[in-house]
Ligand binder design. Structure first.
Ligand code: EPU
Length: 424
């Protein structure tokens, strides 16, 4: 069968577009409004519903795409989609560096997002998608349409006796979402407490901390293709997760906007306390009494003691990735520097601690008045106020050159470097 199949229920204005055997979009007209649902059928009875709709003798009649669209999106642009010009971006990124967006729009629905994409395509304006703005350094003004994706909503679909698939709109702030899952007893994300940014950005770079990564609980994500506005679902294998990596940072870079992310959570998810600092923080609580909430609180205390709060001092978390080197190189480095932390990886390579390398190169706490290297964690570059993105980038390059000079190891930024000024 060729999808989508467009249908209308007899004598009503309810329409569906069947996207495949286990997914359909449903539009229900309610007065002047249209309720739009994107329904994914996880179980057999739900899939049977799709088959029933496609039955030729049933209450659903085939209609054209145009008839479907007349109900689904009646052609009126949603009124609150505004395109603002020359918008200051300092408050939209956690670095808090001043930079102007040529165009700026905030989208809260799929329809608005598609309208904004069409607007940019028509004018041949490039796009910059902002989630929480927690992983980017803007090198100058942004000659683009900056889209703030503020699609919200958390949805729980119970699975088996103790599990659930919990999904959240891309615009939900990550930490608030983690707290909500814990409040409701859906466990698994507690080690990722207090990470800045929004849900939509979390799979992009497979955020991770204290022994857990997004990929460990990832179920699926929905993303809109920038080219044509099509909505597609990605599972774990399509996302190709790696350390601070996914397909969205590589082959599919700049092609998709993530709108919803779902996680496998479980009331009985095991507590993960293997990371030394967590065990140390929880030492006063007997092992059998420790809860997921305790782990979350321990992570919050550790993060607060080492990492600067972006609402107080501008930063984007770890500015550099921890580098990986071949075993032979690691061996030589260990001989020359016996105290160097090394983390052997599957396949024989060895991960090094960029923070340690930077500290040993003398940069921890280094200050250039407006910006510098954090005094408690050398992986983090900080912005005290008044620096340009290029100045912060110059500091990052000095740090990289110095680490390379001392250890022969090339650091790579983890934070996205954004250069979209007219001359770039
Ligand atoms: N270290 C130093 N000096 C420093 C910082 C670290 O000597 O200034 C040493 C530490 O003593 C330790 C080793 O380096 O022996 C590793 O440090 P830590 O355990 O603090 O973790 P990290 O490698 O610095 C990574 C993530 C963090 C995440 C923590 C905890 C990366 C790039 N960073 O940091 O992620 O919170 O582990 O899991 O992988 C982020 O991505 O923004 C971030 C903060």
């Amino acid at each position: 069968m060729e999808y989508p199949v467009y249908l209308q229920m007899t004598e009503t204005e309810n329409v569906v577009a069947v996207q495949g055997p286990s997914r359909f979009w449903e539009g229900q007209k309610l007065g002047q409004r249209v309720l739009q649902h994107d329904v994914v059928c996880h179980t057999w009875p739900e899939r049977q519903r799709v088959l029933d709709m496609l039955e030729p003798d049933g209450p659903w009649t085939r209609i054209s795409k145009e008839s479907f669209n007349r109900v689904w999106s009646p052609g009126v642009e949603e009124p609150d989609l505004e395109f603002e010009a020359h918008v200051e971006l300092a408050r939209w990124t956690t670095f808090g560096i001043s930079s102007k967006a040529r165009w700026f729009a905030r989208v809260t629905t799929l329809t608005q997002l598609r309208a904004a994409l069409a607007w940019a395509k028509e004018r041949e304006v490039p796009l910059l998608v902002l989630g929480g703005g927690s992983n980017m350094l803007l090198h100058g003004d942004v000659h683009a349409l900056v889209l703030q994706v503020d699609i919200r909503g958390v949805d729980v679909s119970p699975q088996g006796a103790t599990g659930a698939i919990v999904s959240a709109g891309a615009g939900e702030p990550w930490h608030g979402f983690v707290m909500q899952t814990l409040d409701e007893g859906w466990h698994g994300l507690e080690n990722l407490s207090l990470i800045p940014g929004n849900v939509g950005a979390s799979p992009m770079q497979n955020i991770g901390a204290y022994g857990v990564e997004v990929k460990d609980h990832f179920a699926w994500l929905d993303a809109v293709r920038i080219e044509d506005g099509a909505l597609e679902r990605f599972d774990t294998s399509n996302c190709q997760f790696g350390y601070r990596e996914s397909v969205f940072k590589r082959e599919e870079r700049g092609k998709w906007i993530i709108v919803r992310v779902a996680f496998h959570l479980d009331r009985e998810s095991p507590l993960r306390m293997g990371y030394g600092a967590i065990e140390h923080e929880l030492a006063s609580i007997p092992v059998e009494r420790r809860t997921h909430r305790d782990v979350s609180e321990a992570v919050i205390r550790i993060r607060q003691s080492k990492l600067p709060d972006p609402t107080v001092v501008g930063n984007a978390g770890s500015f550099f990735k921890n580098p990986t080197v071949p075993a032979a190189v690691a061996q030589k480095l260990a001989e020359a520097h016996p105290s160097m932390p090394q983390y052997p990886q599957e396949g024989g390579a060895v991960k090094l601690a960029a923070g340690w390398l930077i500290e040993q190169s003398g940069w921890k706490g280094h200050s250039r008045e407006t910006h510098g290297v954090h005094e408690k964690q050398a992986l983090v570059l900080v912005h005290f106020g008044g620096a340009t993105g290029q100045e912060v980038w110059a500091l990052a390059q000095d740090v990289m050159a110095s680490v390379h000079g001392k250890f022969g190891v090339q650091l790579e930024p983890e934070v996205n470097q954004i250069q979209m000024h007219p001359s770039a």
